[in-house]
Design a protein around this ligand. Structure first.
Ligand code: F3S
Length: 65
């Protein structure tokens, strides 16, 4: 199972790169902010690709204690 991740929606500029990269996982809201719709069965590589694609790097891995 992939690690948990989250979007800092305050920082999101709505560029849509994450949903282009991973449309099953990231959805643009009506306010043009990304949200996570579904992270089941998604590989860490796919999430990392979306993280790398985000121009303001506002998608983060959750720290596991
Ligand atoms: Fe927002 Fe970054 Fe996605 S700016 S739309 S979280 S690529």
């Amino acid at each position: 199972m992939a690690k948990k991740f989250y979007i800092d929606q305050e920082e999101c500029i709505g560029c849509g790169a994450c949903s282009d990269s991973c449309p099953d996982v990231f959805l643009m809201t009506d306010d043009n902010i990304a949200e996570i719709t579904n992270s089941d069965g998604v590989s860490e590589e796919e999430i990392q690709d979306a993280i790398d694609a985000c121009p303001v790097t506002c998608i983060y891995w959750e720290d596991e204690e």
